[in-house]
Design a protein around this ligand. Structure first.
Ligand code: SF4
Ligand code: SF4
Ligand code: SF4
Length: 172
């Protein structure tokens, strides 16, 4: 992934999230001496954040690619010259994942928090535990009846899914 190292990942790893992780590191490490690395990596990170939040556009993908190539070619030292590699590799080999975030507002790996939805399945026993626990009052339902999550209110904290003893809450 960009630096000659090898990391084994599977379908539970989101490539947009991975690219963000590596870029976030280089944004922190950039010494600020040259503009492409100092400013360019920040702009790239902003675009990746937008994509992970489901606010990205297809134009953003092109912009991201152009910016990455530009930063690689014009940065002064190895840090800036290799910083865009994780973005370029993931864009090259996993472009479909980026496009799912942009076009379908969906994170195929189920990692990007803003794109996930919590839902209650038919396995719900109506114990009311989740409804009592939800910090924003997004869960409705009567005792011994299947509960429902109001998606407009849900802040996607995940507390209900962790708390349900019957594994009746799914995230996707
Ligand atoms: S490429 Fe090197 S010199 Fe330029 S800002 Fe980044 S770390 Fe500093
Ligand atoms: S905690 Fe689980 S079983 Fe209980 S009401 Fe919520 S979803 Fe249903
Ligand atoms: S994910 Fe959090 S906010 Fe959403 S319904 Fe569950 S407990 Fe409430």
């Amino acid at each position: 992934m960009g630096s000659g190292g090898m990391i084994v990942m599977d379908e539970d790893n989101c490539m947009v999230d991975i690219a963000r992780f590596f870029l976030d590191f280089t944004v922190d490490e950039s010494c600020g001496k040259c503009t492409p690395c100092r400013e360019g990596t920040k702009r790239m990170l902003e675009i990746l954040d937008r994509i992970a939040e489901g606010k990205g556009t297809m134009e953003d993908l092109d912009k991201l690619e152009k910016l990455a190539i530009n930063i690689k070619e014009t940065s002064l030292c190895g840090l800036g010259q290799t910083a865009p590699n994780p973005v370029l590799s993931t864009l090259k080999y996993f472009r479909d994942e980026y496009e799912a975030h942009v076009k379908e507002k969906r994170c195929p790996a189920g990692v990007c928090q803003s794109l996930l939805n919590y839902n209650i399945t038919m396995d719900c026993k109506g114990c009311t535990k989740c409804a009592r626990l939800c910090p924003v009052g997004a869960i409705e339902g009567k005792v011994k009846e299947i509960h429902i999550i109001n998606q407009d209110k849900c802040s996607k904290c995940g507390a209900c899914m962790e708390a349900c003893t019957f594994h009746a809450i799914i995230r996707k």
